[in-house]
Structure formats: C-alpha cells, structure tokens
Design a protein. Structure first.
Length: 637
C-alpha cells in the first residue's frame, strides 16, 4: 500500500519531475520542480487557494513517482517529453500536436523530393511546419507537383535499363531515372520551392510575369497561359496575407482563446514582415470545472509545440508575460541550438515579447481584433455541431429501437441528460479470390471514429475461408467472446452492430449474438449498383432507404467506406507481405534473420532487386556470399 505521507518525507530537495498516478497506475499529471519535496507536498496541504482543477486531481492521486535532474532546465525538458508520452488527463495538452504534418524537402538526396511527413528527423533535410491544417499541406504539395516536374519516387539509384514511370511520360517528372535531367536546372527548381515554402515568392512571381509577357509577345499563347496559371496559383497560396511590417524577422503571435467548448491557441505567422496566415490549435476540450488560465495555456503550447519544430521564429508576441518565462526561453534556444547543429547552420535566439507600442503592438492588435471573429465563428460552429449531434443521436436511437423490436430484444437507450455517445461497431470481410480471408472492425462513438478500438482478424477456420457468412460469424464470435472473458481490449460492448451486406449477413450475425445470450441489435448496410450505401437492412427483411435521409445516409456511408477501407488495407498488406517473404525465402543462404534485416534496410522487395553489390554489403548480416546469392537469384528471375 502506497503511504503518501511517508513517501513525501522521502522526496529529495533537488530539481526533478514528478508524476501523479491514479488507482490503476495511470499517469494523470506530470510536473517539474526546483525542489521536489516542497512542490509535491503542496498538493496534499488543503488550501482554499487551490483551483477546482487541482482539487479534482488530488482526489484522484493514489501514488506518485519522480525522477531527479541536475538542473531546472533538465527537469523542464524531461517534463515536456513525459507530457507528450503519457498525455496526462490533468495537464494542458496540445491536442494531436505530435501528429501535426510537416512538408519535408529531402535536400540530403542528390535529386530532392517534396513530401508530407509527421516526423522530424535530424537527417539534414529541410522541414516546414508543423501545420494544423492537414488538408492545406496536401494542397501545397499538390500545387508544387503541378508547377515543378521534380522526382516523385523514393528510388535513389537506377540501373542502365530502367524504364521510366508514368510521371515522366505525362511531364510530371524530368526523368532522373534515365539521366534526362540537367542537375543545375533541377537545383534551381528546388531553390524556388524552398523560397515558396519560406514565403519568399515576390521575386518568383515577378519572373513568372516577365516570362508570361515574353511568351505573349512571341504569340506563344499556350506557354503564356501556363505562366499565368502559375502566377494565380502562387497568389492563391499567399492570399491570406493581410498586413506588413518593416522588419524582416520571423514572428509568431500567440493568442489564447476560450470558446463555448474549446480552449484554443490562435497562432498568427509573420514572415519577412508579412502576416501570411493564421492557424488554430485546439488544447484541452473546455470543462467549466477543469478550465485553465490563459497564461497556463500559452505556456503549455509553447513547450509542446515549439520543442518539436524544425524551425522556430525569432520572436513570439504575447498579450502578457508567462510564468517562468526565462526558463521557457532557455528551452526554446536549446531547440534552436539542436536545429543549428543538425543543419550546420547559424543559430538564432528566440525572444518572447509583450509589445506596448509601435508596429509590433499594431500587429498584435490586428490579431486580437481578428480573434474576436474567430471566437464568434467557433461558437456558431459549436452550436451547429451540437444540433447535428442531437439529430444524429435521435436517428441512431430510432435505428436501435427498430432493430431491437424486430429481434424481440431490449435495447440500451441513452436518456436525456446523459452525455454518452452510442457506440457503433461496423464489420466487413475481405479476401482475394476466396483466399487470405480477413475481417475488420471499426468503431464510432457518435460521429467520431475511435481508431484505438479498431481491430483486425485473420480468419482461422478452414471452413470459413472464402465464405463471407462463416467468416462474419467467426469474427463476431471471437470479438464478443473475448469481451465476456474479460479481455480489456474488447471490454466495451457495442450498442448496435453495422454489418457490410444484406439480409443474409444480418441473419448470420444474429445467430452468433443469440447463441452468446446477448441483446445487441444488428443491421446490414446494403449498397446499390454503383457501390454506394443504399439502405439499412433489418432482420425481418424490412429496409430504410437512405436517399431521403441525408444525415443518416452520410453517417452510414462514411462508416461503411471506412470499414471497407480498413479491411482491404489489411488484406492487401498480408498478401504483399506473404509475396515478399516467399520471394526472399527462395534465395539460398538467406534465412529469417537476413530477410528481416534486408526488409528493414531496403524497405521493400523492389529496392532489394535493384540494389548493387556494395549496397547489399551495407546491410547488416549480409556478407559477400549472401550478396552474390541475392544478385544471382534476381538476375535469373
């Protein structure tokens, strides 16, 4: 038994990080301290000055753990890392911050590519972001691909007889694979792309205008139209520009906003004196009992967002100073130093400024005025979402009641005032010509997919192979049986089951649910001739046509497409893995260990096929005899 009073006495008077845990051992809060004993003890001294959030947290603390550090800065860095690792309930969290996308330019390669990534590495490549709008990243990359015929594939070396892909034939790639590109010209394209991503496109637009006019004078109207389209595309990319400053420094303006049900940081980016855009970052969902101060929100955002960034601004403008500001600035400059070392670049420092006058105060005021409209828009959207949520819950309630009535069972119906969402589980079966049959389960709570609860099933029964009905029965039985047996990964029961298919699939699943003595409604999702969700099918053969119900049509269609995608992806992955494994197993002298190392080093079978003798030797566990065996095998093939 963990005795909190006794353990408090054992805490050292040194810097470190502490972790509060609940009765299940889950980390619910991570904090840092200059003196661990003094700081942690404060939580357990009853005080009227403690906020409701702290009192609620203390009531749930069953034990605590700690890690000592040499300095307060070390403790701050460790605190940031542990918050990102555990995502504790009572810390202010940047929602999905660790998954924000970046744009990566692979300048470490001879012919760089422009790709989307969610991981920043110290590999010499250039990273731009992170971006809160994932769709915007996709559009930017697509725009660059349209304008610049740069390399799209991951392959770095090409044999003499390599055949170019479709991108070359349609003019989307210069043809690196057949040595049809001029390196100087290619580098110029990459330089232009880097300027665009840095917001330095004014000179480029001017050059494009000159080329457009020149082509027009020569009556090369198709060429002129191409440059015109490029110019329009660049304008679209930078159309969010709304203000300018005399300074050429990179500046971020951070404003903490509290809407109806969200805590938000509005980030305004100033690049080369131009306000080029605004990004919205959601923090903890707003709870009146656990809400945070604006100061806490900004401090948490800076520590979690910028410590994972590839490039930090030189200045961050705030409306008020934050706690431990000097320490936070030190943390930012540690990141600047690491970035500079990784890129062999000159280090710059990041300042936190609360402007009181001048153009920086003007840009801050402009952002504040804009934020009022942001809050208004978010509140209006929250009201629309709440209305849509209530309508969707009513629709699912209607479905559950009708399905239960058909089956003669007693459904679970959410009462008014209950915030719980219905849990919908959808299932699909996928195979390849009756072989390699797999099942997939996706989970939605209301309109939100719960991806951590998705599950994959390999069909084990030989009798079920290629039989959709039998495969469904096996999947549903295994899922529900594991819930009955207390498996934590399947502990939450569904309120309704969506089955990809019609009446036959519904009856097959109902038999399993009935055999396990459970009361879970089952419906089928039937498609039309063009594979669109057409109707909801009940066990008695009756249907609800979805064409006249836009909300339910959209909801059911989205779930059916998601479970189908999940099943197909799993099935294809298994097939590809089996084919790769089969090919490598045939090579003399290549056992399981070497197969694993080859795939880890080269990523796929095609890269192994194209690898030279020297490249193969660079792979761990591959000696000269194994490399010769691999080359000989694929040359015969």
């Amino acid at each position: 038994m963990f005795n909190i009073e006794e353990e408090l006495k054992k805490l050292p008077l040194s810097p470190g990080v502490y972790m509060h845990k609940d009765s299940l051992g889950n980390v619910i809060y991570v904090g840092k301290a200059i003196k661990l004993r003094n700081r942690v003890s404060q939580y357990f001294h009853k005080s009227s000055q403690q906020s409701p959030k702290v009192r609620a947290m203390v009531d749930n603390i069953a034990e605590f753990d700690y890690i000592t550090c040499a300095t307060e800065m070390e403790a701050l860095i460790l605190e940031c890392n542990l918050i990102k690792k555990y995502m504790p309930k009572y810390n202010i969290l940047l929602k999905d911050g660790k998954t924000y996308p970046y744009i990566e330019v692979t300048v470490s390669e001879e012919f760089p590519r422009v790709i989307r990534t969610r991981e920043v590495k110290r590999d010499g490549n250039k990273y731009f972001g992170p971006y809160s709008d994932s769709g915007a990243v996709t559009k930017i990359i697509k725009l660059i691909d349209e304008i610049y015929p740069i390399k799209k594939c991951k392959t770095k070396e090409f044999p003499a007889n390599f055949r170019p892909c479709l991108n070359y034939h349609i003019g989307k790639c210069k043809g690196i694979c057949i040595n049809a590109v001029d390196k100087t010209e290619y580098d110029e394209m990459i330089d232009s792309i880097l300027k665009i991503l840095n917001g330095k496109d004014a000179k480029l637009i001017k050059e494009l205008k000159e080329k457009m006019m020149s082509a027009s004078d020569k009556m090369e109207y198709e060429e002129a139209a191409k440059y015109r389209d490029y110019i329009n595309a660049f304008k679209a990319l930078g159309e969010t520009q709304r203000a300018t400053m005399a300074t050429d420094r990179d500046i971020d303006v951070l404003l903490p906003l509290i809407a109806q049900n969200s805590e938000i940081i509005a980030q305004y980016k100033v690049r080369e004196g131009k306000l080029i855009g605004r990004e919205i970052h959601y923090m903890n969902e707003h709870d009146s009992d656990l809400s945070s101060t604006r100061n806490e929100m900004v401090s948490a955002f800076i520590k979690q967002y910028y410590t994972g960034s590839a490039k930090l601004p030189k200045e961050i403008l705030l409306t008020e100073h934050i706690d431990e500001e000097d320490l936070v600035i030190g943390l930012l400059n540690n990141t600047n130093e690491e970035n500079a070392k990784a890129k062999s670049d000159t280090m710059h420092h990041t300042k936190i400024i609360v402007p009181e006058r001048g153009e920086k105060k003007a840009i801050l005021d402009l952002a504040i005025n804009d934020s009022l409209q942001v809050i208004k828009g978010l509140d209006e959207r929250a009201e629309r979402d709440a209305e849509k949520k209530d309508k969707l819950r009513d629709e699912i309630t209607r479905l559950i009641k009708k399905a239960a009535q058909v089956e003669g069972s007693i459904p679970y119906i959410i009462e008014d005032g209950d915030d719980r969402e219905y849990r919908v589980e959808a299932y699909d079966i996928s195979n390849m010509n009756g072989l390699d049959t797999v099942g997939a389960m996706v989970v939605y709570e209301g309109a939100k997919p719960i991806r951590n609860d998705y599950r994959k099933f390999k069909i084990k029964s030989e009798d079920a192979e290629g039989d959709d009905y039998a495969s469904l029965q096996e999947v549903i039985y295994r899922r529900l049986k594991r819930a009955k047996d207390g498996d934590a990964g399947f502990s939450t029961y569904p309120d309704i089951l969506f089955i990809d298919g019609g009446l036959g699939q519904v009856h097959a699943v109902q038999k399993v649910v009935s055999a396990l003595r459970m009361s879970i409604p089952v419906v089928g999702l039937a498609k039309n001739d063009v594979h669109r969700t057409r109707a909801i099918v009940f066990g008695d053969g009756s249907e609800i046509e979805l064409e006249g119900d836009p909300l339910l049509y959209s909801y059911c269609g989205r779930i059916q497409e998601e479970v189908h995608r999940f099943a197909i992806t799993f099935q294809r992955g298994r097939r590809t893995s089996a084919m790769t494994k089969s090919a490598l197993e045939e090579i003399p002298g290549i056992g399981p260990s070497r197969r694993r190392e080859l795939l880890k080093h080269f990523k796929d079978i095609e890269s192994i096929k194209r690898a030279s003798y020297e490249e193969l030797l660079a792979c761990d566990t591959i000696n000269s005899r194994a490399a010769e065996s691999i080359i000989e095998y694929f040359s015969k093939k």
